[in-house]
Design a binder for this molecule. Structure first.
Ligand code: NAG
Length: 632
């Protein structure tokens, strides 16, 4: 297990000096080409220009990037003595990164300064449970503050119990200064677990370079025993230090190159690459050879006269030429799934490319905002592929298909989110999605995704909706002969996902680790390579599966090819169980349902994507082999 999972066993927050900014192992991250090029931060993420549906996209843009009310903080430049805001974000158990609560849900006290009361969130932030509240601390740029008390907690029994509960569960809190995250832990218990102590003194050391903030360290001191009916004084100090860190590099210290070891990535890529070579070799060699033999056999039979042919035993995939292009069963669901899969593929591709160019992790929630924006903007892809496939399969209820195709993924995600939202509301967690955000998401679905889908569907039906198959479809379906058990579609489907999963599971470990917020993912170049490899492996595997199926004279290849690729999702979901039990220390109803709920969504989306890729590749293959064979 080269990846090392020190973060679960040895928390990086050490109690004495709560310096979440672990010592940097390397002063400057050497950016490899695979780590995503381009300087950090200076440029703000702007959604891609030229997206279809300009008006809709513009409306979406307004939704996603609400007016930046306070320009100075977002420009990240300060004048001397200008106000610097310390935002309190969330507090929650150290092991449950998604179980977060508002900082002031613990009975902390607020500083006396009251000038700012509200922060305007973006959609991505709201969905990720960011709850910024002003700390009330008076901090001015380049203006040192001597240790000073900023407020007092009147500790009654109830407040003490709240703190004790938090300390028992290893609560830690998060704050932001100028978009730089800061972490600290709430308190500490002594060895026998009877006395509980609260850290009361926040020592902030802020590094500046010119007129910008480039580094923040927090040290927690002032351990005070929690005794009911006492007053606890909370204090802070600020020290400004000149720093050489460049503004563009200020997020580098949050990245962990020793975790995302390039060696492991290269090893995994190499591994998968071998598999790709092997598979492509297998597909091209065996199939080309077998196909050539098949073609030779078929053309020899062609030369025999009718008499001989009746005696000769014809077998193999040619026999089903009158049925291969028969519409799949449930064409409506099938084409909706394929359309959605194509869209997910487009979204993954574009988001990874954007993440390679822009360092999205420097801004809260920007990854999610980008993904939502790209998802909405690529809706025509869904409509095009889903609608044209449905038309080619002779479907008549295309409006229904469009609705199902458009809302399949949003409904799945929103359904899960809705369910988890109930638990979040019950827990009063900050992950509970505000009503306004829900309305915004619904608006995006109905006023952006649906119209764009309609455009795609109409285009798809008109441009490639004609069923120009190389063979005619017989009126009466041919009976499917008996075959060996391992040629049954169900078995092929189960086995089909193993190789694609094998090609991605090492990267899955890194993706899960960053998905569950233990590390910041930044090696998007590797992710891109893995996506490409996944596609190739999936297509090769489904082609081989389909060939075997058709050779057994079973023509139900559409669903089989889709599902044999989609079964990757089952293996990924099983892997997520392993990850939960052996790689994390999550606990509690909220975190567990959050984990398994969103893992199910993630796996399903991955499965639909693989299924669509597999189906697309296979249908090109099937069309090719039946175009070349002469059918009398
Ligand atoms: C923060 O801590 C790191 C590591 O201990 C140190 O290198 C850096 O100079 C500190 N920054 C400030 C502003 O004190």
């Amino acid at each position: 297990r080269g990846g090392g999972s020190g973060w679960v066993r040895a928390p990086c927050v050490c109690p004495r000096s709560v310096d979440a900014n672990r010592p940097r192992r390397r002063r400057r991250r050497r950016r490899s080409r695979w780590a995503g090029a381009g300087p950090v931060g200076a440029r703000r993420m702007r959604p891609l220009p030229g997206a279809p549906g300009v008006a809709a996209a513009a409306a979406l843009l307004l939704l996603l990037l609400p007016s930046r009310a306070r320009a100075d903080e977002h420009e990240h430049t300060y004048q001397d003595k200008e106000e610097v805001v310390l935002w309190m974000n969330t507090v929650g158990p150290y092991h449950n990164r998604q179980e977060t609560y508002k900082y002031f849900s613990l009975p902390f006290c607020v500083g006396s300064k009251k000038s700012i009361s509200h922060y305007h969130e973006t959609l991505g932030e709201a969905l990720q449970g960011v709850e910024l509240e002003f700390s009330g601390l008076d901090i001015k740029f380049k203006d040192d503050v001597m240790p000073a008390t900023y407020c007092e907690i009147d500790l009654d029994k109830e407040k003490r119990d709240a703190f004790v509960y938090a300390i028992k569960n290893h609560y830690w809190y998060q704050m932001y200064i100028d978009d730089l995250p800061i972490w600290g832990i709430v308190g500490e218990a002594d060895e026998n677990g009877e006395d509980y102590y609260l850290w009361t003194y926040k020592k902030l050391e802020i590094g500046f370079n010119g007129n910008r903030i480039v580094d923040v360290n927090l040290t927690s001191e002032g351990k005070v025993k929690l005794v009911p009916n006492t007053k606890i004084q909370m204090s802070y100090s600020v020290k400004w230090k000149k720093s050489d860190v460049k503004f563009e590099d200020r997020f580098d210290k949050y990245l962990d190159p020793s975790f995302f070891q390039h060696r492991i990535h290269w090893f995994s890529i190499f591994n998968s690459f071998m598999m790709v070579i092997f598979l492509v070799g297998l597909v091209s060699m065996i199939l080309m050879r077998t196909l050539r033999k098949d073609y030779a056999r078929y053309s020899k039979e062609e030369e025999m006269d009718d008499m001989d042919r009746d005696l000769g035993d014809e077998y193999g995939w040619k026999q089903v030429h009158g049925d291969v292009f028969r519409p799949s069963s449930h064409p409506l669901i099938f084409s909706s799934l394929v359309g959605s899969g194509c869209q997910i593929f487009a979204v993954s591709l574009i988001v990874i490319i954007v993440a390679m160019i822009e360092d999205l992790y420097t801004e809260r929630g920007s990854m999610l905002s980008t993904a939502i924006f790209v998802y909405a903007a690529t809706s025509p892809v869904n409509g095009y592929f889903g609608g044209s496939l449905y038309a080619r399969q002779g479907g008549r209820r295309w409006i229904k298909q469009m609705f199902i195709g458009a809302f399949l993924i949003p409904a799945m995600v929103c359904g899960t989110a809705f369910f988890i939202n109930f638990i979040a509301i019950y827990y009063h967690a900050s992950r509970a999605i505000p009503f306004g955000t829900m309305v915004a998401v619904c608006c995006i679905c109905f006023f952006v995704i649906l119209p764009l889908n309609l455009v795609g569907t109409i285009l798809g039906r008109n441009l490639s909706g004609q069923p120009n198959f190389p063979c005619r479809v017989n009126a009466v379906p041919r009976p499917i002969p008996e075959k060996k058990w391992f040629m049954e579609p169900a078995v092929i489907v189960c086995l089909g996902g193993i190789l694609p999963f094998g090609s991605i599971f090492i990267e899955m470990y890194f993706i899960f680790t960053s998905f569950w917020a233990y590390k910041i993912y930044y090696v998007y170049g590797f992710m891109m390579l893995v996506l490409v490899i996944l596609c190739i492996v999936t297509v090769c595997v489904t082609i081989v599966c389909t060939y075997f199926l058709l050779n057994a004279e079973d023509y139900r290849w559409q669903w089989t090819s889709f599902l044999s690729a989609a079964s990757t999702a089952i293996y990924v979901y099983m892997y997520s169980f392993y990850y939960y039990f052996f790689k994390t220390k999550m606990y509690g109803l909220f975190q567990t349902s959050f984990y398994f709920g969103y893992m199910a969504v993630f796996s399903t989306a991955l499965g639909i994507m693989c299924g669509a890729i597999g189906y697309m590749g296979t249908s090109a293959f099937v069309r090719k082999i039946y175009t070349n064979v002469k059918i009398d």
